[in-house]
Design a protein around this ligand. Structure first.
Ligand code: XMP
Length: 319
């Protein structure tokens, strides 16, 4: 059997003391952070935990199914899946401004989450997977930058509106520490080493208008990027690898005819803490395979570019 580290032991003890006999709600996103929060809560309070997964239609290919399966395999707690794709697509209709996208997704997420949470009897606490970098970048840390660089919908807002007390067991941790904690808690490597995924999901990787069709294009391209990086044995060596759908068409040629189609940008970065990052120096053969497969297999895409910007000044996400 594995032995929990001091941080896990102390956190579990603190959660038990704080929660007592009350019920805790935890949002699952498919990401490492929320999985680790759910795992530590399951360890601490077991059946007093209820989890909510909002399917916002902005998840990666097959992600909802994978989260539900992995979750049911590893925890025996109460899981609620909220099907909300249409609702999110409605509020995003015609919106292209990045901050406005984030704002609307944040609000809609809160509404969906709240209405499900209100059905769960006796819930007093809300657990969130806020990490230290989220706290700093949102300007919430006392010594953090005054400006909000990006609106992180997972920091603030939710607990006040819902009237829950907040539990943020990962608030002092960086990503690599969260992963170590996840392994200590017995989570499978597949969850623990999954690349992080932003709360607003594919909406911030679908530049310009967010429509079902454009999201499907992005999902297909993204699955190829991640699949090829895994096949090359480089998934663990890169920190985050994904596709971005650009809001521009360009001219191409297919057979005898001219095409005017979408562009996919491939983004892959290496970083220790996600506050600074370098672009991954991927082998040319791998980039070639990714490009050929996307152009051949994803309808409506005739051009693939590789993002060679480091953070700063670029951010990891494009919006
Ligand atoms: P940036 O793009 O700011 O991203 O360099 C840093 C890390 O944060 C993730 N990210 C988010 N995570 N909610 C999240 O939970 C968000 O709104 C959000 N925005 C960016 C991003 O994927 C990267 O890992």
């Amino acid at each position: 059997t594995w032995k929990l580290g001091d941080f896990a032991e102390e956190t579990i003890a603190r959660i038990r003391q704080q929660v007592g006999d009350d019920r805790v709600i935890c949002g699952l996103s498919g990401g490492v952070d929320s999985a680790v929060v759910a795992a530590i809560l399951a360890e601490a309070i077991g059946e007093q935990l209820s989890c909510i997964l909002v399917d916002n239609g902005l998840l990666r290919l097959d992600e909802e199914r994978a989260v539900v399966e992995e979750f049911s395999d590893h925890f025996k707690t109460d899981l609620h899946v909220v099907k909300a794709e249409d609702r999110f697509l409605d509020v995003l209709d015609g919106v292209t401004d990045p901050q406005e996208k984030r704002r609307r997704i944040g609000h809609t997420f809160i509404e969906c989450f709240a209405s499900e949470a209100q059905k769960i009897e006796g819930a007093k606490y809300l657990a969130q997977g806020t990490l230290y970098p989220d706290v700093i970048e949102s300007g919430a840390a006392p010594d953090g930058p005054a400006d909000t660089i990006k609106l992180h919908h997972n920091v603030g807002g939710l607990p006040e509106e819902l009237g829950f007390d907040l539990i943020e067991p990962l608030r002092d941790l960086f990503k690599d520490e969260v992963r170590r904690l996840g392994l200590q808690l017995g989570l499978p490597e597949e969850i623990v080493w999954r690349h992080p995924f932003p709360g607003p999901g594919l909406a911030v990787r679908c530049l310009g208008e967010v429509t079902k069709g454009r999201l499907d294009t992005l999902r297909a391209a993204d699955a190829i990027v991640v699949g090829e990086i895994k096949a090359a044995g480089l998934y663990r060596a890169t920190s985050q690898s994904f596709a971005v759908l650009l809001p521009i068409q360009s001219v191409g040629v297919m057979g005898d005819s001219r095409t005017y189609e979408d562009t996919i940008a491939v983004r892959s970065v290496n970083t220790d803490d996600f506050m600074t990052a370098d672009w991954s120096h991927l082998p040319y053969e791998l980039l070639a395979r990714i490009s050929t497969r996307i152009i051949n297999e994803v309808q409506g895409v005739n051009r693939v570019v590789y993002d060679i910007s480091s953070k700063p000044p670029a951010t990891i996400e494009w919006e």
